[in-house]
Write a protein that binds this ligand. Sequence first.
Ligand SMILES: [Zn+2]
Length: 355
Amino acid sequence: MTTITNKREKIESRRDSISKEEKQYILSKTHRRCAHCGQKLTIDSEKYTTDHFIPISKSGTNQTENLVPLCYDCNQLKGDYIVHPEDFYKHVSTHYMRELNDLYKEYCSKYKWATKTNYTKATLMSVSYLIPVRSLESHKRRGGNNYAGMELEAYLFKATADDVDDIVDFVAQYNQEHDWESDKSDVRNIVNGIMKDGCIYIIKRKGEFIGAIPMQIDTWNFKDIKLYGLRFCGLPFKYKKWYYKYLLYNVIITLIEDIITNVGGSLPLMIGYPVKDDFINELITNIFDTEPELCEDDKTLHAFIPLRLSSTNRGNGYHDDAPVTPKDARESSDMLQKLFDLTPINQNAVKEHGN
Ligand SMILES: [Zn+2]
């Protein structure tokens, strides 16, 4: 006869052996839906899977607190990534969301998640963006200033070593399409370099690789003070559709919002990109409302974006147009330095060596 203890031990030892009773309990967390996409599920349907919120490979357990129902497709999407529970599990009821948030906090506090090659706690993030659709009715009535929006969703994945080949192929193809000299081994060296002292986020929509965002912590001058800030280095997108600017904008906001939560009220932010790219040029001019500046090497345009973000009003217009003051920028720079254990910038040494 199997005792309860034995039964538990068996469950703990094999990740797939979750009892029917447990599955029923897990499904009740979402009122019998996929926690991400919301489609109806039963424990007997082929689509039903049990997701480990904190993956087994990242110290997660088989305890029911850590288990969430997902349909097969959504589980494939999530894989071994860490997600922000409220961002990814949209159909989990309040009580169980609290449990997940507690697990998330515990996970984040156990590990030094912020390193020079990891800027965000979640390694998979969803990014929704509106495509404005002009309403014919309002166009007739009010001169076309009213827009209805169609909401689309893309995903940001923090790249690992396994993704390097895909990124190299993507960037090489992008360069080719823009008639830029593109030696694949050079591209590989650059990609590996960024992965070594920064990180790359891959943007996918419906499983298709549509963009990559390389980021590094960098130093530069802002109003005569030397700062640490976040640099987006080149922003390739597969399609040159105008609405991708809005996606890109939301991608940038999503990434820095995660860091801002730990850094403070503002963040010195820089976008560096190839000088020929009108698409990016337009993005910076129109969306961030700032004039790009030409860098010293004449090959790259740099735009310093004095963006002030507040983590306190998330999801409710969380950026405003107030410019970052030198004091804001200095404080954020100091926080970034602490967060990432960076070597302090010695202003005198910089002056003395004319560097
Ligand atoms: Zn689903």
